[in-house]
Design a binder for this molecule. Sequence first.
Ligand code: AMP
Ligand code: ZN
Length: 115
Amino acid sequence: MSENCLFCNIISGTVPADKVDENDLALAFRDINPQAPAHILVIPKLHIASTLELNDDNSQYLQAVTQMANAIAKNEDLSDQGFRWVINTGKYGGQTVDHLHLHILGGRQLNWPPG
Ligand code: AMP
Ligand code: ZN
């Protein structure tokens, strides 16, 4: 828990969120500024600032995030047409919240390459 972290405050309930799924290790909620018909964020319930902080000691959180993301893709009917996972890291990666989060984007044709 990092007190001035927005997503830690969503985990603690201090900041509200439109929750989609939750277990002991991960939490999913709808992005406040959706970029596709389905845009859900899945976060570890541990303050991991970015992908650069992943290691053997916290890898169970990444596993929980990816497992939850697949369950959500199926529940939200995204798996037949396909969807995209995005994790932004750092300034050039476009990361604006320094708590690791996996974006699930789906419900429309997504373009490639990204901007
Ligand atoms: P990133 O740019 O990869 O760091 O993604 C951060 C994401 O968090 C953006 O897509 C924002 O729209 C989203 N976001 C910011 N504040 C909130 C919030 N209070 N609830 C839900 N999503 C948020
Ligand atoms: Zn945090």
